[in-house]
Ligand binder design. Structure first.
Ligand SMILES: *Cc1c(COP(=O)(O)O)cnc(C)c1O
Length: 326
């Protein structure tokens, strides 16, 4: 992502167990790739990383300081917290100004009060977060970029603006340290998303059983799918108990090698039924069906379940066995 963040550099957002991918292997790999700044949501997520992230690595916690003192830099989000931090002689910190999302951060209308306090003890990073980066034409993008540049003139510190989709919006969205998350893992629902983003995860599950079914028969709980023609069905060991969304019932898909096989019937807790009629001899017990990966794009699978790649990957549960290739 460093190329996309130029002339600044890319940090990496690794909150929520690196979006479900496993935070330790992800951070180890990114450190080897040269990443020096990591962002998490909670400071305890950051302190868990300290043993693998040497002291030269900067860790920031978006949600602010926790109850226990750590060497994770808090991102300060309210005037009161800023006053306490500055007056209490707290160490390095980030400062979040809300430029239009109304979620987290000091309100833009309190910018001068924040700047005044920050003068006593300048932040190591000043940031804001884009509300509509994955909708390039949304007017809020330009407004937030303009406010970001104003806040940088009143608070002299390295700036941080773009999340993943913000990288594709053009020069006005460049900053010193960007904050990509989902794009590191191969997601991103922006229409400007570059084609070269590789999937970070392959989610696959084995076929347990294959059966031939007749027209008029129904499939799964609630008999929500009825067969019109003779079909071959395969039952696969994955379900909502693994975090694969039930809302992908009768709409998601999996690949057996290059053959796309629709999900038929309801996703149940441990099992999914696929229509493997097109897959011929590939459909046999033990064969692996790919639900997310190079053939099964994360964002497309998520859309079938009525959600985004973010929710799909962070929702995968602990029952899913993780193997890492580094
Ligand atoms: C989660 C988060 C990001 C990363 O967003 P992506 O869309 O995954 O790139 C960046 N900044 C903040 C403040 C976040 O909460």
């Amino acid at each position: 992502m460093n190329g996309a963040a130029a002339p600044g550099r890319a940090g990496a957002v690794v909150k929520a167990n690196a979006y479900g991918h496993g935070v330790f292997p992800v951070v180890n790999r990114l450190i080897r790739e040269g990443c020096r700044t990591f962002f998490v949501a909670y400071d305890h997520e950051g302190s868990e990383l300290r043993p693998i992230a040497g002291s030269e690595i900067e860790l920031y916690a978006f949600n602010g300081a926790g109850d226990v003192e750590t060497d994770v830099r808090p991102v300060i989000n309210t005037l009161e917290a800023l006053r306490n931090w500055v007056n209490g002689g707290g160490g390095a910190y980030g400062l979040h100004i809300d430029t239009g999302m109304n979620r987290l951060g000091i309100s833009y209308r309190d910018l001068s009060a924040a700047a005044e306090l920050a003068r006593q003890s300048p932040p190591a990073l000043v940031m804001t977060h884009l509300a509509c980066a994955d909708e390039p034409d949304h007017s809020l993008n330009a407004l937030q970029a303009r406010r970001f540049s104003e806040m940088r003139s009143s608070i002299p510190a390295p700036g941080s603006l773009a999340n993943s989709a913000g990288h594709w919006l053009g020069e006005a969205f460049a900053s010193d340290i960007s904050r990509p998350g989902i794009a590191l893992y191969g997601g991103d629902s922006s229409p400007l998303r570059p084609s070269g983003l590789l999937p970070g995860m392959t989610l696959e599950a084995p076929i347990l059983q294959v059966r031939a079914c007749h027209p008029g028969e129904t499939v799964g709980y609630g008999a929500t799918a009825r067969l019109e023609t003779p079909r071959t069905l395969a039952t696969v060991a994955l379900g909502y108990g693994d975090g694969f969304p039930r809302s992908a019932s009768n709409s998601g898909f999996a690949f057996l090698e290059d053959v796309r096989c629709p999900i038929l019937g309801r996703v149940s807790m441990d099992l999914i039924i696929l229509d493997v009629s097109a897959a011929g001899g590939l459909a046999k017990p033990g064969a692996m069906a790919e639900f997310i990966g190079a053939r099964a794009p994360l964002e497309e699978q998520a859309a079938c379940a009525g959600t985004l790649g973010y929710e799909l990957v962070t929702g995968l549960g602990s029952r899913v066995e993780r193997n890492w290739e580094s």
